[in-house]
Ligand binder design. Structure first.
Ligand SMILES: Nc1ncnc2c1ncn2[C@@H]1O[C@H](COP(=O)(O)OP(=O)(O)O)[C@@H](O)[C@H]1O
Ligand SMILES: [Mg+2]
Length: 175
């Protein structure tokens, strides 16, 4: 069975990543691992467990939102998060919450689950609007030996798409 790894933070971009990951998992009948990493920043140590719990419920929300609700049955799972099964298509959805260096853990997890593709959002919780890529997504693209898909979410439709067609039109008029 092939595996898709979807790395999500708690930003709205997580929904773009999850939406694309669910679509691919069902279409390709792949397993899906949803991963979040609680940063090991020593300043944050005291709230690691709280943060893990927040991620666990966020994963649950994401998974139930992006897969048809009545087709998921929750299975007990030893560590943090849970293992969910999707319908009769046999897609297994697993939630993982790790702590440590965010980029390292995403790359390590991709190796561990032998991910065929790693999905990350183009941006996350960070607020530097001028950057095209967030630093986590950029570093995962550089560091991971796996294929990485940077999900751009809502930029796919709307203005950017119209911009693309007008660029094509002007390109065509030059020929
Ligand atoms: N703690 C995390 N755990 C898992 N994935 C993460 C985490 N932080 C960021 N990512 C992934 O990287 C993407 C881009 O986030 P990031 O590079 O942090 O951008 P920003 O600088 O805008 O926060 C996110 O959409 C998510 O896919
Ligand atoms: Mg971030």
């Amino acid at each position: 069975m092939r595996t898709i790894l979807a790395a999500v933070d708690q930003s709205r971009h997580a929904h773009d990543v999850m939406s694309r990951a669910a679509e691919l998992a069902v279409l390709l009948r792949n397993d899906l691992v949803v991963l979040s990493v609680v940063s090991s920043d020593p300043m944050k140590q005291f709230s690691i467990v709280e943060e893990q719990n927040r991620f666990a419920s966020f994963h649950r929300e994401l998974i139930f939102k992006h897969f048809p609700e009545n087709s998921l049955a929750v299975e007990p799972h030893g560590g943090n998060g849970g293992v969910y099964r999707y319908g009769t298509a046999g897609v297994r959805v697993q939630s993982r919450i790790l702590s440590g260096n965010v980029v390292d853990k995403i790359c390590d997890c991709a190796e561990e689950v032998n991910a065929d593709i790693v999905l990350v959002g183009s941006r996350g919780l960070g607020n530097i609007g001028s950057l095209v890529l967030g630093s986590v997504s950029e570093r995962v693209v550089h560091k991971s030996a796996r294929s990485v898909l940077v999900v751009k979410g809502e930029r796919l439709d709307g203005e950017d798409w119209q911009g693309l067609s007008s660029a094509q039109k002007s390109g065509a008029s030059r020929v």
